[in-house]
Design a protein around this ligand. Structure first.
Ligand SMILES: [Zn+2]
Length: 216
C-alpha cells in the first residue's frame, strides 16, 4: 500500500495532536523507511518482475527485518519510546507503536502472500494488488478520509499551512496515479527514490504541520 499509509498518519493527528505529522508519517512508513537501506546493504532482497501483481512490478523476495509482524512490533516500541521522550506523554508509546504495526496490516491486505510473521515464517497476503480498480478504490477512499480528518483536526495559521498542505495532497495523488504499473529502471533507482522520496515527504509534512494548529 502507498497512500493508505499516509491516510492513517493524517487521521492519527486527531488522537495525537502534539506529535508532528512528520512523526506520524514516519511511524506508518517506518517499514518502508528502513527497507531501502536494508536492500542497499544486501540484507533484504527485491526483484523487478513486470507481471508480479497487476498493481506493482516489485517482487519482494525477502524482507523479514523491515516487514515481518514481529520486527514491526519491535520497531514500534522503539519508535514509540522515542516519541514519548520528545513530547513527554507515555500514551504516545502505544499510539506510535500501533501506527508502526499498522504498516504490516495494510501491506498484508494489499500484497500477494509475501508478508512474513517473523524471519523464516510462512508468508501471508490477501492480494488486493491483483486488481488495480479495487486497489485504487480502497486506497483513495482511505486517503480521502484521512485528509478530511486531518483538515478538521487542525487549522491553517497562514498561507503555508493551507497551500503547502493542499500541494502535498495533490502531489501524493498525482504521484500515486502516475506510478501505477510503471516499471523502475533498476534496484538502485528503487533504493534512491525510496530514501530520498520518503525523506522529502516527511520534511514537507513537518513544514506545513508547523503552520497549522490542532483544533481542540
Ligand atoms: Zn511496506
Amino acid at each position: 500500500m502507498f497512500i493508505g499509509h499516509f491516510a492513517l498518519g493524517f487521521a492519527a493527528k486527531r488522537v495525537a495532536p502534539r506529535l508532528s505529522l512528520a512523526a506520524l508519517f514516519a511511524a506508518t512508513q517506518l517499514a518502508d523507511i528502513v527497507w531501502p537501506f536494508l536492500v542497499a546493504l544486501g540484507i533484504e532482497q527485491v526483484r523487478i518482475d513486470p507481471r508480479n501483481t497487476a498493481f506493482t512490478p516489485l517482487d519482494f523476495v525477502s524482507y523479514p527485518y523491515s516487514h515481518s509482524l514481529v520486527f514491526l512490533c519491535v520497531w514500534g516500541v522503539v519508535f514509540g519510546l522515542l516519541c514519548a521522550g520528545i513530547v513527554h506523554d507515555r500514551r504516545m508509546v502505544l499510539i506510535a507503536a500501533v501506527l508502526v504495526v499498522s504498516h504490516w496490516v495494510l501491506d498484508w491486505i494489499t500484497h500477494r502472500p509475501d508478508m512474513p510473521l517473523y524471519p523464516g515464517s510462512i508468508k501471508l497476503g490477501l492480494g488486493l494488488w491483483n486488481s488495480v480498480p479495487a486497489t485504487i478504490g480502497v486506497e483513495v477512499a482511505m486517503f480521502a478520509a484521512g485528509v478530511w480528518t486531518y483538515a478538521r483536526a487542525t487549522r491553517a495559521r497562514d498561507a503555508s499551512g493551507r497551500w503547502a498542505f493542499a500541494a502535498f495532497v495533490g502531489f501524493l495523488l498525482v504521484n500515486y496515479f502516475v506510478n501505477i504499473g510503471s516499471t523502475p529502471p533498476g534496484i538502485a533507482a528503487i533504493v534512491a527514490v525510496g530514501i530520498a522520496g520518503t525523506a522529502m515527504l516527511v520534511l514537507w509534512a513537518w513544514w506545513f504541520d508547523r503552520h497549522r494548529t490542532p483544533v481542540v
